[in-house]
Design a protein around this ligand. Structure first.
Ligand SMILES: [Zn+2]
Ligand SMILES: [Zn+2]
Length: 482
């Protein structure tokens, strides 16, 4: 094939008409290899297992041989063990074993094993070809809601920071309407052809945001990535992902937004934090969005001179519901003897009588499962949910659709869930798992709807803790703000 006809051929298969002159291996036009947009679309910004891609292996190998990919070992061993996928360097998180594949002592990283096991003789591939992100965006903004003056101010500040490549901390109480505040910054970025990621430590948050973003940002591809989601090979300009899924990206995003930045496991996990940094381009701004920023985040905002916004008001203008404390002595023993403590039972009957949906939080799965049959005897539609429950999404939906009266739950539902007129109880609020930010988030489930701006939030306890006090103080403090 002559150079000219090859050029023509190539252009046909390159619908975005992207020039390869600057970014690609120089031999591209003479290699005889026809670049498939699907490959470039999928791999741009990703770091992926060489042997487990959505494409035929032979094709991938050909591209590698032609220099389109850089290959790196999944785990480097010298000078020390580092997982190239999640950047974990903690030696106790690596496992050494006699590997059947390479017939040597091989190492794999336990830290990111939920993404599939990768050991030192496995390879990761990084796309070095055309950057498909340069395509023009067709995005359409289809939202005609109104922002409150507080929201508008924060939205403008955020968009300003992002446009100036500046990091930003958005601190907004539960129910301030954080998602709507993000819209204009995201839209501006998408319009400019930038690739945007909204990451959250919680699958539930990704699931809740996905349909809303699909409605608001039309004519573009949006991906929701979480454990168990299908691998989609199209190019997505907007990616909603759990922070774990970011392990598979490298220098991919022009704008990074971390929602619920303080949520477990993100705050406890250095590797997840570096995954966020790795997934974005080095100069891409990052915005942290949270109702309960950690001390570290607040300090960083100050010392590194980030932009910041603060909203103490809910979008409907009503104050945050303040938790009340109620002693529930020896509740564990009672439940173990198959008895629901009287005050808790009275609370439950009140909800049922008034036909109010409810959530009851438990500190452990064991205690919750012990309590479940007792609750079901009173009301058969009551169910329990926890992080490993495969039917979690469905049960929450059933609560929303009034097919269930209430749910028992672990802290898994502390955020990302909005249900009209929900009433909330925490059983065992003194348990160390209920740190103040968790208790604030749990309280934040109540009174989110403009038609039902109030509701009951009760902390049943076996002794009041500092964390409980701290949570209530912070909520009262927010309510004093204008
Ligand atoms: Zn790893
Ligand atoms: Zn091996």
């Amino acid at each position: 094939m002559s150079t000219i006809s090859m050029k023509k051929h190539y252009r046909l298969l390159n619908p975005f008409n992207i020039s390869d002159k600057q970014n690609s291996p120089t031999h591209i036009r003479y290699s005889g290899l026809i670049l498939e947009p699907a490959i470039a679309n999928f791999f741009t910004g990703r770091i992926w297992s060489r042997n487990h891609t959505p494409f035929p292996q032979q094709k991938i190998d050909t591209y590698i041989n032609r220099g389109y990919f850089e290959t790196v070992p999944a785990v480097t061993t010298k000078p020390k063990l580092i997982c190239r996928r999640c950047l974990n360097e903690q030696s106790y998180k690596f496992v050494s074993f006699h590997c059947a594949k390479c017939q040597k002592i091989c190492h794999y990283c336990r830290h990111c094993i939920m993404m599939g096991r990768m050991c030192s003789c496995d390879e990761l591939i990084i796309w070095k070809g055309t950057d498909t992100r340069k395509q023009k965006s067709q995005v359409q903004f289809a939202w005609n809601g109104n922002l409150t003056s507080h929201q508008k101010k924060a939205a403008d500040e955020l968009a300003e920071s992002i446009s100036q490549h500046k990091n930003h901390l958005l601190e907004a109480v539960c129910g301030a309407g954080k998602t709507e505040i993000l819209f204009s910054a995201i839209y501006d970025s998408l319009k400019a052809g930038k690739k945007v990621c909204v990451a959250s430590p919680r699958t539930d948050v990704v699931l809740e945001l996905y349909p809303r973003f699909q409605q608001v940002f039309q004519k573009i591809t949006i991906h929701a990535l979480y454990g168990g989601a299908e691998t989609n090979t199209q190019f997505a300009q907007l990616v909603l992902a759990t922070t774990h899924q970011l392990y598979r990206f490298e220098h991919a995003f022009d704008v990074m937004i971390v929602d619920e930045a303080d949520a477990f496991p993100y705050i406890y996990d250095e590797a997840l934090q570096s995954a966020v940094m790795k997934a974005k381009k080095p100069d891409a701004p990052i915005a942290f969005v949270t109702a309960t920023p950690s001390k570290k985040l607040l300090l960083q905002q100050k010392t590194e001179n980030w932009g910041s916004s603060f909203i103490a008001r809910r979008f409907h203008g009503h104050p945050l519901p303040v938790p009340r404390f109620q002693a529930l002595w020896n509740y564990e023993k009672a439940l173990q003897k198959n008895k629901i403590p009287q005050k808790l039972q009275a609370w439950l009957y009140q909800r049922l009588q008034k036909n109010e949906p409810f959530l009851i939080f438990f500190p452990t799965i064991e205690l919750m499962e012990q309590a479940k049959p007792l609750f079901q005897k009173i009301e058969s539609t009551i169910e329990s949910v926890h992080s490993e429950d495969p039917d979690r999404k469905e049960k929450v939906l059933q609560l929303r659709n009034e097919q269930r009266k209430g749910l028992l739950t672990t802290t898994i539902l502390e955020r990302g869930i909005t249900i009209k007129n929900i009433q909330v109880a925490v059983v065992g609020a003194e348990n160390p798992i209920f740190i103040s930010s968790a208790l604030i988030q749990i309280s934040g489930r109540v009174g989110r709807n403009v038609q039902y701006p109030t509701g009951d939030i009760v902390f049943f306890h076996h002794g009041i803790t500092m964390e409980m006090d701290r949570a209530r103080k912070k909520i009262l403090e927010m309510n004093r703000h204008e």
